[in-house]
Ligand binder design. Structure first.
Ligand SMILES: N[C@@H](CCC[C@H](N)C(=O)O)C(=O)O
Length: 284
């Protein structure tokens, strides 16, 4: 089966975008892994599938798959690439669109600057909403990871995040602790592990070990979760510039624990190349 694709990136978080409106296909999990494979396939952190809306009050639906083949609820950098894709492909002329995801509706807007701002919806903090196994809903929770204890704040941006504050992201043990936190028994659906260094009240550096993809150059929902956790912990004040290894994002959140405002994510979205791929039936 041959399908056309577009390779995109937002702050270095890279995507293969597939148009399921003008072509028909059904992907198996091995085929998703093949597309994402950086040696045998195209290579990407996530695959985004653009579909027709299933309800009248939205413009499109999109599905998100991690490189490991698992379907996920939300993707911030992907949402920005999504709006650029539907514009460049002539699927809409609207600068602001409403998009269904498996965890709700998001609203990306193409700015005059070329950047994209996405209303990512409200963050959630209750352990059951993450999900996270805990007897309390404390803002800072202790997680025992192997022979180390880390202090995390849990946030759902539709998808689960565990954010810790570190002294220096360059020396933070992302490769060692990231996979252990991702698959920790207290996160029944696994988790994205964020490592945030606070530079000042409006600036952080961030690395994220993503569920189902490993460390990526940037994670949009990870940036939202880190900033929201930092604001709740009174370390940060909105808006916050998030410096990742692949680029910069801006996060604004005027909410509080009692008034859960939407989180706004702004950043770049770029098309890299387009092509056609022949999918094998039997990739493992
Ligand atoms: N890169 C994304 C997040 C993609 C999904 C994540 N790995 C998960 O499993 O929840 C972003 O920009 O938000």
């Amino acid at each position: 089966m041959k399908i056309r694709f577009t390779k995109m990136q937002g702050a270095g978080n890279d995507f293969v975008v597939l148009d399921a409106i003008r072509q028909t296909f059904a992907l198996t999990t091995p085929q998703i892994r093949f597309i994402a494979d950086r040696h045998f396939g195209i290579g990407c952190d996530q695959i985004l599938v653009v579909e027709k809306a299933t309800r009248p009050d939205v413009d499109f639906r999109y599905r998100i798959f991690n490189a490991d083949g698992g379907e996920v609820e939300q993707c911030g950098n992907g949402a920005r690439c999504f709006v650029r894709f539907v514009h460049e492909q002539g699927l809409t002329h609207k600068r602001q669109i409403r998009v269904e995801t498996t965890s709700g509706i998001i609203s990306p807007q193409l700015e005059a600057t070329g950047e994209v701002t996405v209303d990512m919806g409200q963050p959630r903090f209750l352990p059951a909403e993450i999900p996270f196994i805990s007897e309390n809903d404390a803002l800072v929770q202790t997680l025992v990871v192997g022979d180390t204890s880390v202090e995390i704040s849990v946030v759902s941006m539709g998808n689960p995040h565990a954010v810790q504050v570190v002294a220096d992201v360059d020396t933070a043990p992302v490769a060692r602790l990231g996979p252990l936190i991702e698959s920790h028994v207290r996160f029944p659906r696994r988790v994205n592990a964020g490592f945030m260094q606070v530079l000042d009240a409006h600036t952080v550096r961030l690395r994220v070990y993503e569920r189902g993809a490993g460390e990526t150059l940037a994670c949009g929902t990870g940036a939202c979760a880190a900033v929201v956790a930092g604001i709740r912990r009174q370390l940060l004040t909105s808006p916050v510039r998030v410096i990742t290894r692949g680029g910069e994002l801006t996060i604004a959140w005027n909410g509080s624990d009692s008034a859960l405002d939407s989180v706004l994510l702004t950043g770049p979205a770029t098309t890299v190349f387009t092509g056609e791929i022949d999918l094998p039936e039997d990739f493992k």
